[in-house]
Design a protein around this ligand. Structure first.
Ligand code: ATP
Ligand code: MG
Length: 232
């Protein structure tokens, strides 16, 4: 459903992605792991259109979206859970969800979100800034889900959550995936990525250095140490 072909992405003169290629199949959860600053967020920004690549191609559902503006990509069915959540703290939960849809928030959209994230239903009128960290992360995911996307890009959704909430969120993401949504998830913690991903990419210096199944990575101490600094 998504095909990233040899993309090179820059911030001004700074060349950050050096020829990245990968595919996400329909119904797949793809995990991207890598240390700080290797280009994980830049990969997501390239796909969503915030920092389009200067070279290479991005194909979504057979369409070349490489130079398409971000709002059009959203209409095609790609949505984002940004790193650090980016909620509107003074707006209510419902109003934050409204920012995720193009037209009006329908009952159907809202019910779909609340079926996976019931915690939001109890708090629709509460200001987002007063939610707990875990609830805020659920809201950030709800906002991405409300537009009924085909693909959700999640940039470190587990950041700052205690372990019990991480487990809960893993469940939520698996449920969303079972609804037919493909997921690209960027993560720093190996264990979480192993638990949630169907397939994993390891990045270093703006390149993909390893690709395989979670069970292959868990049996590969060299790759874990070299690219993630984890000793097992
Ligand atoms: N807006 C920007 N302008 C210039 N350089 C940037 C910008 N955003 C990111 N970079 C640089 O691009 C490189 C990759 O950053 P990126 O945010 O993609 O890393 P990351 O893998 O997501 O890291 P982290 O795990 O810390 O979120 C870094 O060297 C960073 O300093
Ligand atoms: Mg990042």
């Amino acid at each position: 459903m998504l095909e990233v072909q040899d993309i090179h992405t820059y911030y001004g003169k700074s060349h950050v992605l050096h020829g990245i290629s990968f595919k996400i199949e329909t119904g797949e959860i793809l995990g991207i792991l890598g240390r700080n600053g290797v280009g994980k967020t830049t990969t997501i920004r390239s796909i969503i259109g915030l920092t389009p690549p200067r070279e290479g191609k991005i194909i979504f559902d057979g369409k070349d979206i490489t130079r398409m503006p971000a709002y059009k990509r959203a209409r095609l069915g790609i949505s984002l859970v940004p790193q650090g959540r980016n909620l509107f703290p003074r707006l209510s939960v419902r109003e934050n969800l409204e920012t995720g849809v193009i037209k009006k928030l329908t009952e159907e959209d809202l019910n779909r979100v609340l079926s996976v994230l019931p915690v939001l239903g109890e708090r629709l009128n509460q200001k987002a800034g007063t939610l707990s960290g875990g609830e805020q992360q659920m809201l950030a995911i709800g906002r991405a889900l409300v537009s009924n996307p085909k693909l959700i890009l999640m940039d470190e959704p587990f950041e700052g959550l205690m372990p019990v909430l991480v487990l809960k969120l893993i469940d939520v993401i698996k449920q969303i995936n079972k609804m037919g949504v493909s997921v690209l998830i960027v993560e720093q913690r190996v264990k979480t990525a192993l638990e949630i991903s169907h397939r994993i990419l390891l990045m270093e210096n703006g390149m993909i250095k390893w690709e395989g199944l979670p069970e292959e990575l868990s049996k590969n101490p060299e790759a874990l140490y070299k690219y993630l600094g984890v000793s097992v």
